[in-house]
Design a protein around this ligand. Structure first.
Ligand code: ARG
Length: 235
């Protein structure tokens, strides 16, 4: 997709959903994060030019991509079969499991998903955290649907956890670690889902996808990927 850059290169627009630190978040009004830096570094390795970033709620990213409002999604998006029916993904660039985050005060320290039974909990709308709640808790009858709260973004979910409106948040582990470092919340336990994040691209945009995969492997082979990991995950 995309228009034409001044130098004849194809311009593309990227979409993300901030509120998912350290992958994408707003800092002093600026969009920053690992996904932002990584995608920009990858695009730098290609013949494409980035026209800019657009922000959406996470659940609106796939429609925005298929409607051609954006050309690529960089949003810690897990590659899975359901999404693969509608869009394509680049090669994976990060791995994650789900984490169950609770208040740091120690009043409630669940050790497994079944301990969440009967408790008000939350996740972000349209995410694999929400799918985990649905598939592992609600469907088997361990949690009443009325106990599940679906948020437009994870910052709102963690704020509701902090103020006591809910007792746990189900969220990707690296994001849980970031919230735990910044707020009075902690990881109670992790739930292994073996997820891989990829950049989302339109079905059939094969040339662009190939360019991104080539760019990604160049960025991984050099020092850039490790530099960005150090910058955003401090390891
Ligand atoms: N990895 C999870 C998923 O794909 C959560 C992604 C949420 N991303 C965001 N930018 N809010 O569903």
């Amino acid at each position: 997709g995309g228009g034409n850059g001044g130098d004849g290169s194809t311009e593309i627009t990227a979409g993300t959903a901030p509120g998912f630190p350290p992958f994408e978040m707003k800092q002093d009004g600026e969009l920053v994060g690992f996904d932002i830096d990584l995608l920009e570094a990858v695009i730098d390795e290609t013949d494409y030019t980035l026209a800019g970033w657009e922000e959406f709620e996470f659940k609106s990213l796939i429609p925005a991509l298929t409607n051609e409002n954006i050309d690529v999604v960089a949003a810690g998006m897990t590659i899975n079969d359901e999404r693969d029916e509608t869009i394509d993904f680049t090669d994976p660039y990060y791995s994650s499991n789900q984490a169950i985050v609770v208040r740091e005060d120690g009043d409630f320290s669940p050790a497994s998903l079944s301990d969440l039974s009967g408790r008000p909990i939350g996740a972000q709308k349209g995410t694999t955290g929400e799918t985990t709640v649905q598939d592992e808790l609600i469907s088997p009858g361990n949690l009443d649907e009325s106990n599940y709260n679906s948020y437009g973004n994870y910052v709102l979910a963690v704020e509701d956890l902090q103020n006591g409106n809910i007792d746990a948040v189900v969220i990707d582990e690296p994001v849980a670690q970031t919230f735990a470092a910044q707020r009075p919340v902690t990881i109670a336990f992790t739930y292994e889902t073996g997820e891989n994040f990829g950049f989302g691209v339109r079905d059939g945009d094969d040339e662009f996808t190939q360019a991104l995969n080539d760019g990604l492997s160049t960025v991984r082979d050099g020092s850039t990927y490790q530099d960005l990991t150090n910058k955003w995950f401090g390891q």
